[in-house]
Design a protein around this ligand. Structure first.
Ligand code: 13P
Length: 232
């Protein structure tokens, strides 16, 4: 069984969610699906969710479990809303919100404390890849972003240059990075690939050794496309 994580980012609508839930109701997929929706839709999704292989996830959480942090969402809130997973350290958070590895680690710790499984995102920039630094950047990110005693977590490899560009990483590069991450983190670690995954290319990526699932952005907003990935 593979894991398909859908990250809607700041897209979609309640209307799309209703349509999607209705369409996916009929799918008896074999893959595990984690829907990371905008947080305002999570409670509604929780009441609509009927499929046993579907789970909910947040897109981010605060490092503190509660407090005076206007506008932020805690890991406890996500759990209350029905989530069992949360993305942390997405490159869009690292870039636009200046999140360091230490902050990502603190968020992952908060997630674990609240009963959530963190999906810890890492990935190199195009410049770093072109300079031959991809593996060392990834090594530093995983060393500094994963909580010391964490046992239940995913690591999502998302090369920044592959996100939303239609430029999926070469299969041999995905294979090389995933083999490297398994070697660094142990064979038991669950690894996802993300970056321009579509209904057309997901099967090739999922068939690679050491790829336990995919993290999908744009294509996860297309109801039929996600339906195809669920049934892979
Ligand atoms: P795309 O699938 O749109 O490239 O986005 C990938 C991503 O950032 C998922 O978290």
């Amino acid at each position: 069984m593979k894991t398909i994580v859908a990250n809607w980012k700041m897209n979609g609508s309640l209307d799309l969610l209703n349509q999607a839930m209705e369409a996916w109701q009929l799918k008896s997929g074999t893959n595990k699906v984690i829907l990371c929706l905008p947080s305002v839709f999570l409670s509604a999704a929780h009441t609509l969710l009927r499929q046993p292989n579907f789970f909910l996830g947040g897109q981010d959480c605060h490092a503190a479990l509660q407090g005076a942090f206007t506008g932020d969402t805690s890991a406890h809130h996500l759990y209350d809303a029905g989530c069992r997973y949360v993305l942390v350290g997405h490159s869009e958070r690292r870039q636009h919100h200046h999140e360091s590895n230490a902050m990502v680690k603190a968020k992952a710790q908060a997630a674990v404390a609240a009963g959530l499984t963190p999906i810890i995102c890492v990935g190199e920039s195009l410049e770093q890849r072109e300079q031959g630094l991809a593996l060392s950047v990834l090594q530093e990110q995983v060393e500094q972003s994963i909580p010391d005693n964490a046992t239940d977590f995913y690591v999502a490899y998302e090369p920044i240059w592959a996100i939303g560009t239609g430029r999926v990483a070469a299969l041999e590069d995905i294979q090389q990075v995933h083999a490297f991450l398994k070697q660094q983190l142990g064979v038991g670690v669950k690894l996802l690939y993300g970056g321009s995954v579509t209904a057309d290319n997901h099967a090739f990526i999922l068939s690679l050794e050491n790829v336990d699932g995919v993290l999908v952005g744009g294509a996860s907003l297309k109801i039929d496309d996600l339906g195809k990935m669920v049934r892979f």
